[in-house]
Design a binder for this molecule. Structure first.
Ligand SMILES: [Fe+2]
Length: 399
């Protein structure tokens, strides 16, 4: 394994005040509400989860504390700022906001809590450190195992006034007071969603592990998250409710990876995902999963030791006499194998018709809206490099 990293300087660790995890973690909502003398709560979620009954458990635990629960269920994938405004308006007379769902619902809940606590317009809160004050009590309850949004201080939203372009908000005030990570809530996740969100978690862990802002603390989280995904994503996707252990471990992996990247930043995958997701209507997790091995392949020469670690963590057996570089390269192959096993394409070709002009436009969007992620990537990237990675991702595994 690579060196633990320098402790000759200090590092910051930021996280929610309270993380409750494991089967039954949702029950923590009752004491959370009681301790705050909450009388009314708003659950922020999407229509499918509201209809399917996944929110019934969280609602029952809030009601057990004597809380009157209302629901905003207008969240959609790649949430719009207008949804944040609607959720904040619905939260006007409540004293507790609970986001229940995937990253979209949790991000919307966070930002609605921030908006409800200020007189400023929603767009004034975007960007770095523009949330002016702590939010009211906020709990986040993931129903997928991937985004890590429950433990991050980040929200991503589509700005419908600018053609749906993605806008990011970072603020320490966006950390939840409680993240309740209950694998019982992932039971109804369809296999495709389990695969896509699980690959988002893997991308967080890998990008954190090679981020230029990584620390000994984030390394520890990221390493374990990579191992857990490598061991549990296949059974979690293919066996679902027949393998509660694999699903529970994926929930843990997603939260560990979320805590890792909240403190280390991400990398180029999360930048290149922006234009691909926007133009091809591709969900965040799926776009990350498809691009991950292609960006890794680009990055290996800059971080051979770290990618050799990743090969090991992904379960690759080192051959006798195999060079560090050859072993590091096989971390890329291990991710391609994983994609194939969970039915995710290893090329972007199925998602659209691409040409050089498309990739030039994609590169411009990546730099314009996600340069912070490119800056943390371990191998420097200019516009031509980004175009090259997109072209390789179109050619696929054998490129
Ligand atoms: Fe992500």
């Amino acid at each position: 394994m690579s060196d633990i990293g320098s402790l000759a300087e200090s590092h910051t660790v930021q996280s929610p005040a309270h993380v409750e995890y494991g089967s039954g973690a949702t029950a923590e909502l009752e004491s959370f509400a009681s301790a705050r003398d909450a009388e009314a709560a708003l659950i922020v979620t999407d229509g499918n989860l509201a209809e399917s009954g996944v929110i019934d458990g969280p609602r029952a635990h809030l009601e057990a504390a004597g809380v009157d629960v209302t629901t905003y269920d207008g969240v959609a994938p790649e949430p719009k700022l207008s949804m944040v405004e609607e959720a904040a308006a619905a939260a006007e007379s409540v004293d507790l906001i609970v986001g229940v769902g995937g990253g979209s619902s949790m991000d919307t809940a966070k930002f609605a809590a921030a908006l409800a606590a200020t007189d400023r317009p929603v767009r004034a809160l975007l960007g770095m450190d523009n949330v002016p004050a702590p939010t009211g009590p906020l709990a986040l309850v993931p129903t997928t195992a991937g985004t890590g949004s429950e433990v991050t201080h980040i929200g991503v939203f589509a700005d419908e006034r600018e053609g749906g372009v993605k806008r990011v908000a970072f603020s320490p005030h966006l950390f939840a007071d409680l993240a309740a990570v209950d694998p019982d809530l992932t039971a109804t996740m369809p296999p495709g969603v389990a695969a896509a969100t699980g690959l988002d978690a893997l991308t967080h862990a890998v990008e954190s592990y090679v981020s230029l802002l990584r620390t000994p603390y984030t390394d520890t989280l990221a390493r374990r998250a990579v191992e857990l995904v490598a061991e549990n994503l296949r059974p979690a996707v293919t066996q679902g409710t027949a393998n509660d252990t694999a699903r529970a471990r994926m929930s843990l992996a997603a939260t560990l990876a979320g805590q890792a990247f909240a403190n280390s930043g991400l990398g180029a995958v999360h930048a290149l995902t922006y234009p691909l997701g926007m133009e091809c209507d591709l969900g965040h997790g799926l776009a990350n999963g498809v691009l991950l091995p292609h960006v890794m392949r680009y990055n290996v020469p800059a971080e051979v030791d770290r990618f050799a670690d990743l090969a090991d963590l992904l379960g690759v057996d080192r051959r006798p006499g195999e060079s560090d570089r050859a072993f590091a390269d096989r971390s890329v192959e291990a991710v391609f194998d994983l994609l194939e096993d969970v039915n995710v394409p290893t090329s972007i070709a199925p998602f659209g018709a691409f040409d050089r002009e498309t990739f030039e436009r994609f590169a411009d969007v990546a730099f314009e809206h996600s340069e912070h992620n490119i800056e943390r990537n371990p191998r420097a990237m200019d516009r031509e490099d980004v175009i090259g990675v997109f072209a390789a991702a179109e050619r696929g595994r054998e490129s």
